[in-house]
Design a protein around this ligand. Structure first.
Ligand code: ADP
Ligand code: ZN
Length: 459
């Protein structure tokens, strides 16, 4: 569609009644956005004390998880206009058009004084620059430069915030995420069972369900569905029900839901993860439960902020996130505990499923363990046998024995890791009841926080 200067190209919706409560789940993301809402409402409050707020927020996560919805809700909460566009809108045949569209968009938003600008699919203009002949892309560069220039032109007392969204964080140009640009990164993840139930309830509120439909059960059976897929599921079911309507009042029943389920699954992208088997879920649950259990046993001071078996955009089957207690130095004891916590995932798999059934799920852990062990020995000088010596001083090539020393270091690292792995396996085996408790709860609820685990294990 050719671009006309006087066309109203940016959708604006002033009477947004959408609020954060209309976005189910994503509690962590919401907590990270509270101060932004307060800033848009009252930028002076922050400028008065010399606080510089982030102007660009980047939402990343799988498609259909409510990134657009969340951006709208921020505008709704702050009571300001919302201007939405998509990165692909700016990719025009004529060089310069994208850049001038960007300037136009910001001009409109600044006129409103306070506003949320939302740019979906930011990767279309902010992709990493390619190398080699033919890789240059003037149009994209000009558009990106215009965007960055506009963003650095904000004053501290302007209540304008730019929110960008992407499903592909890994492809973004680093220039976009530098300080002063999109420097607040917020992950919007797939909903867990609890959030799925909330999303279903939300979207079922205007649909007559008959008593054969159990939303709790439906939430359980829609593992790795995005919010959009859940919405779609109910909508398709409603269409099936309406098709049967011949004058009498119809309700959406379980048969409609079942039919809709397959429509939605069939339409889902290949890249998404709706096809995780029950077996995979179980393995992930024991793997993550073991990380969490080891954290609790070895570093009781640290806070387990989240353990989940919902796959993350980072490609892991699940993940556990713990916040270590703030300290200036790391002790030997803590370094070793960290390594064991990383090894615990593999140990948990082995104990429950057997040595033959261990999976590739631990590869990321193994990489971290290896790095940490090398540092432990050759940077921190903490290994008794190896002594106090830094291997890096040999890397300059001024020693002919560097090669053999490296081989020795590798052998030593593997020895030490083997021993630690053995100890970790013992630790997990000795606490197998707790491991099973956490894993079962993970299979049931999909994600747990610190309090959940404490409550579970103290009961
Ligand atoms: P994204 O921008 O992440 O691709 P959208 O915000 O466009 O996803 O979501 C598409 C639709 O899916 C929304 O309009 C809404 O109906 C539904 N949806 C997605 N996530 C949620 C959620 N967390 N809570 C409620 N509805 C959701
Ligand atoms: Zn792991």
């Amino acid at each position: 569609m050719p671009w006309k200067r006087n066309s109203r190209m940016f959708k604006e919706a002033r009477n947004l009644s959408l609020l954060l409560e209309d976005v189910a789940g994503n509690a962590e993301a919401k907590a990270m956005l509270k101060d932004m809402i307060s800033f848009i409402k009252n930028p002076d409050k922050y400028a008065d004390v010399g606080a510089r707020m982030p102007r660009g927020i980047l939402f990343y996560g799988p498609p259909g998880t409510g990134k657009t919805l969340m951006a709208k809700a921020i505008a709704g909460e702050a009571g300001v206009p919302f201007y939405a566009c998509s990165g692909s809108d700016f990719m025009q045949t004529y060089v310069g058009v994208g850049a001038s569209r960007i300037r136009e968009l910001f001009k409109t938003a600044k006129k409103a004084e306070k506003a949320v600008i939302f740019i979906d699919e930011i990767d279309a203009i902010g992709k990493k620059r390619g190398r080699g002949p033919g890789a240059s892309h003037d149009e994209r560069d000009q558009t990106l430069n215009a965007l960055l220039a506009e963003m650095s032109g904000f004053h501290d007392r302007d209540g304008v915030v730019v929110i960008a969204a992407t499903n592909r964080l890994d492809t973004l140009d680093d220039a976009l995420t530098r300080p002063g640009r999109f420097d607040r990164l917020i992950e919007i993840s797939l909903p867990d069972v609890n959030a799925r139930q909330k999303i279903l309830t939300l979207h079922a509120s205007d649909k007559p369900l008959d008593e054969s439909v159990d939303l709790t059960a439906l939430a359980k059976s829609t593992v790795s569905f995005s919010g959009a897929m859940l919405e779609n599921l109910l909508n398709e079911a409603a269409i099936f029900a309406a098709n049967e309507n011949n004058g009498t009042k119809v309700f959406i029943n379980q048969t409609h839901i079942d039919k809709a389920f397959f429509t939605v699954i069939a339409g889902a992208e290949k890249t998404d993860t709706s096809f995780i088997t029950e077996e995979d879920r179980k393995i992930t649950a024991f793997h993550e439960a073991a990380h969490a259990l080891a954290t609790r046993l070895l570093l009781p001071d640290s806070y387990i902020s989240k353990v989940t078996i919902i796959p993350s955009t980072r490609g892991a089957g699940g993940f556990s996130l713990s916040i270590p207690k703030d300290t200036l130095y790391m002790t030997k004891e803590k370094l070793l505990a960290n390594i064991k916590i990383l090894l615990a995932g593999r140990a948990g798999e082995e104990i429950i499923f057997g040595e033959e059934k261990i999976t590739t799920g631990a590869s990321n852990d193994i990489e971290k363990v290896s790095t940490q062990m090398v540092n432990f020995i050759s940077t921190y000088g903490m290994d008794e046998d190896f002594g106090i010596f830094n291997m890096n001083v040999l890397a300059n090539g001024n020693s002919f024995s560097a090669g053999t020393s490296e081989a020795r270091l590798v052998d030593l690292c593997r020895d030490r890791i083997k021993l630690l792995y053995h100890e970790t396996r013992e630790l997990i085996s000795n606490n197998i009841t707790d491991l099973k408790k956490i894993a079962a709860e993970l299979l049931n609820r999909e994600s747990l926080n610190h309090e959940d685990i404490e409550a579970l294990l103290s009961s």
